[in-house]
Ligand binder design. Sequence first.
Ligand SMILES: *[C@@H]1O[C@H](CO)[C@@H](O)[C@H](O)[C@H]1NC(C)=O
Ligand SMILES: *[C@@H]1O[C@H](CO)[C@@H](O)[C@H](O)[C@H]1NC(C)=O
Length: 107
Amino acid sequence: MYFAQTVVSLAAAALVAFSPTAQAFTTACLYQEYKCGYSMVADYGYNNTELIAAVNKTSIIPPLSTIQLLQVLYRCEDAVGGIAGNSYCIAGCVDMRGRPEDDQCAL
Ligand SMILES: *[C@@H]1O[C@H](CO)[C@@H](O)[C@H](O)[C@H]1NC(C)=O
Ligand SMILES: *[C@@H]1O[C@H](CO)[C@@H](O)[C@H](O)[C@H]1NC(C)=O
């Protein structure tokens, strides 16, 4: 019994050691979903550093303030929580409750 438990904890330690870069979010976004910044923070636990990095990847979005980062529409680009800024919503980002994959910029 003791031996088996040791093997299990070693395996868990190895998984942690080999997982990709440390992430702060608590839940990975759904692959290919579009989501507002404020929902990324509230629903998934992404932090400002992660939102800035996502916006930085998208050259068409200029540097934004912390408040503006929350009004950016982000695209979930992989299954492990990677996000990229899709567009900055000048008139606000709209959380499409009930259709979680498709938040939109207000027109
Ligand atoms: C934000 O997330 C990054 C990982 O993506 C982490 O290194 C950093 O410490 C986090 N910052 C805060 C304030 O939690
Ligand atoms: C985003 O880009 C700005 C300006 O190029 C840079 O100062 C900042 O360190 C970058 N932040 C991240 C998290 O990549």
